[in-house]
Design a protein around this ligand. Sequence first.
Ligand SMILES: [Zn+2]
Length: 343
Amino acid sequence: MLTKQDLVQHEEYLKLNELGEFVIDIDEDLEIIDFHTHMCNVLPIKHIDPNSKGNKLTFPTLPPIEKTDFSVPYWTKEELNINQKGIMPVFRYVKNAYAVLQDVKKGGTYDNCFKSQADNKIVLNVVLPLSTKKCDCSPEALRIAADYPSRFVAFCSVHPDDPEMKKKIVKYKGLGAKGLKLKISDIELKNDFSSLVTLFRTCHEAELPVILHTGSIPVDQERTSKLLWKFLRSTRVELFGHLLKEMPKDFVFIFGHSGVCEYKLVAEYLKKFPSSYAELSSQSQHSIRYLIDEVGYERLLFGSDWPALPQAITLSRVLIATSENKDARDHILSKNAKKLLKQ
Ligand SMILES: [Zn+2]
């Protein structure tokens, strides 16, 4: 059976720490900002105290070791067990999503976060809360940044249908939020994007960058269930590309995860919309290099999606993709982020 150790043996810039967790392997001093992280208390579910100790992360989002291939986005070429008709794929997907949420809720603590920051030479985590219409997690994210201002920067997250949307965005900016994060789908919006465009305009006026979860995992339309296909495709990159056409040219939009498997389309939109950025969590060394070749390195941001994913994996992909280009490396790891965060 393949072990984690076998997996990292031939991987550049990636090793295991004393606990057997993925960490980066590089001696040089680097300044690294992780533009896509969460914490246990910024999710719209009942949370635990981030000061809790001893909770371990298991990363159920990662593919099994024997199916792992870091050279493609989402790090597996294997058929996912959701490519099947009927209700089973939906069930499996929901079960996995629940496991991921529980893991983040349990393990997204200060303890685990500081250890991961130290292991991976990360100076600053951008904390992205995930609000729903009913649950606004922005105050918790702001609390994290207030508790440890040298380690965290907070975004706010306000649902487009929140009746106090405009007021809240202005208020959170005043309290130190550096941008807005949202994970939303066309299913949730019932294909009516007017409230989302109003939210974009409000952020544009407040000079806050907006990062949205974009793209989906590889799924085969012919073979998976109709319902799951509709759900997964509902955050497709194309949708956000259409919305950006309605926005002023200087609206700062960040494609979260660089669209996962749709990174080539993200590259097209970055060419079209000069103020848009791509955040790289879940990408591979090849897709990152593709993005650098297509759009340059001044609008790419390192992000990991910790604690849903280990910080070291996307980070080691960035290091491989930029091993011959230190200027690109510096920009992707921190310079571009600093510009957006006005740091
Ligand atoms: Zn995330």
